[in-house]
Design a binder for this molecule. Structure first.
Ligand code: NAD
Length: 468
């Protein structure tokens, strides 16, 4: 990090509200704040505080987006800003908390949503600020406080966001430290959060290692894990629409999003027209030699005894991402293999076999394999296999309702979109609310305040028609 950028991360008075050196301090501060919040702040006050948080994130969306790209080295500034704005505006608040009443001749029972208390939350580097924002809005709406173990590669940007969120809470009359983080988060500080008795719920947004660690902690945990979303294009699809939409979705923030389109299965008669439409929408078609070069550049392969060797494609190898290429621009990848293009390029595409590593890996890069399939049934079989049972996200371009229903049932993902990018499933260009914690493994789906609350029952006996 250079000196100029480093200074951007300092607040005006040098202090960062809610940012603590140790997990013990952060947990103690947030636990105390939560008690005050739960006891003294009703729905109206929570709404006022959440409105202030939305506004401060909207006001800071641009600088936070720039800082995130500068610090993490991943993604595209315009899309980071769009995600910050989306999380601030489209995450639902207290309206997600519905009280249920059951009445009969025997009495009245009310079930209401109560806070867990202090929540421990972990964020990914791919959606650093939007995950914090959507978690904070949902968790505070439920009456909780939250201590974050943020991704270390975005800790400075996260600290700026958490400082601004705390200042907004205080300015709107709320308690300090409802939202805290550890300044230098590590796996050790995460363990301190996991083991702290004050922390009543764990929420993890990230890859399989994180989700497994939280789910085996012995505490209630909500896990939002990895995806590898397939796209199916059938014979009835509007390929011009499909081509433009797939490029828009798969290139968004350089394909860092867990819901982003990661591989395409198209029925053979539609393949050429689809590829043409994609090339007219900002995709660059790699030839066989370029595919080989890109593969060697951005992937490594274990080959029995040797690790991290160059990787001409081989079925007996296990492939991994080279982290330095995750979330990089398509043109940077092209430049590294010696290809200079004058026109804008958002996405690299290529003809692939189904066992190509880019089809099977969650690559998180603007490199999208396209597999030609003999028919719709084969496309669905391939797509279901490539999704690996994550049940995360999938997409279909089709005007055949039977095909849409069949694929939706077979793949069973948390997010499923028709004739538009998977982003519409997050309310971006589509109807509905957003969250950047999509809990597939534990089943909450697009999380809202409701998911961060406990059900408490209050029962009045006898319905008032008997006098004791
Ligand atoms: P990551 O798993 O490397 O890191 C996520 C967080 O977990 C970080 O804070 C990291 O420090 C921590 N972590 C990583 N491994 C851990 C372990 N073994 N034990 C405890 N903590 C651990 O993921 P990332 O690169 O930041 O994000 C990308 C991944 O997250 C992708 O797999 C993507 O699909 C997934 N993701 C899922 C969602 C969702 O809502 N389902 C949203 C965003 C990202």
């Amino acid at each position: 990090m250079n000196q100029q950028v480093n200074s951007v991360f300092q607040t005006i008075d040098g202090e960062q509200f809610g940012v603590y050196e140790t997990a013990v301090e952060a947990i103690a501060a947030s636990a105390a704040a939560q008690v005050e919040f739960q006891n003294e702040f009703g729905t109206e006050a929570r709404n006022r505080i959440i409105a202030a948080i939305r506004q401060v994130i909207l006001d800071s969306a641009g600088p936070l987006g720039e800082m995130a790209v500068e610090e993490s080295g991943l993604g595209r500034v315009a899309h980071k800003i769009a995600k910050n704005q989306l999380s601030a505006t489209a995450t639902p608040g207290t309206e997600s908390l519905l009280t249920q009443a059951i009445s009969s001749d025997d009495g009245l029972t009310i079930e209401e949503r109560a806070p867990f208390g202090l929540i421990g939350a972990v964020t990914p580097v791919t959606n650093e600020i939007p995950t914090i924002v959507s978690n904070v809005i949902s968790m505070l709406a439920g009456g909780n406080a939250v201590v974050f173990n943020v991704h270390p590669s975005a800790k400075m940007t996260s600290a700026v966001a958490i400082d601004r969120i705390n200042r907004a809470i205080i300015a709107s009359g709320g308690p300090a430290d409802l939202v805290t983080m550890i300044k230098d988060p590590t796996l050790y500080t995460l363990q301190e959060i996991v083991q702290a008795p004050e922390v009543r719920l764990l929420v993890g947004t990230g890859g399989p290692g994180l989700v497994k660690a939280l789910l085996s902690s012995g505490k209630k945990a909500i896990g939002a894990g990895a995806g590898n979303p397939p796209v199916v294009v059938d014979g009835s699809a509007d390929v011009a629409l499909a081509g433009a939409s797939i490029v828009a979705g798969a290139s968004f923030d350089n394909n860092l999003l867990c819901i982003g389109e990661k591989e395409v299965f198209v029925v053979e008669p539609q393949a050429e027209a689809l590829i043409d439409a994609m090339m007219q929408s900002g995709a660059y078609l790699l030839n066989t030699e370029q595919v080989e070069q890109v593969t060697n550049l951005v992937l490594t392969a274990d080959d029995n005894e040797e690790m991290a060797i160059a990787c001409s494609f081989g079925m007996d190898r296990e492939y991994h991402l080279r982290k330095e290429w995750v979330g990089q621009d398509a043109k940077k990848i092209l430049g590294a293999i010696g290809v200079e293009v004058d026109t804008p390029v958002d996405l690299l595409i290529f003809d692939a076999q189904v066992n190509n590593p880019f089809v099977q890996l969650e690559q998180m890069m603007p490199v999208l394999p396209i597999v030609r399939c003999q028919d719709f049934a084969q496309a669905v079989d391939f797509a279901v296999d490539a999704e690996h049972g994550n049940r995360h996200s999938a997409c279909i371009y089709s005007n055949n309702v039977n095909n849409v229903t069949y694929f939706a049932k077979r793949i069973g993902t948390t997010v499923f979109t028709q004739n538009g990018p998977t982003l519409v499933g997050l309310g971006y260009g589509g109807a509905g609310t957003t969250s950047f914690t999509i809990a597939g493994p534990t089943g909450e789906g697009i999380t809202t305040a409701r998911d961060f609350t406990r059900v408490r029952r209050f029962a009045i006996a006898q319905g008032g028609n008997r006098i004791i």
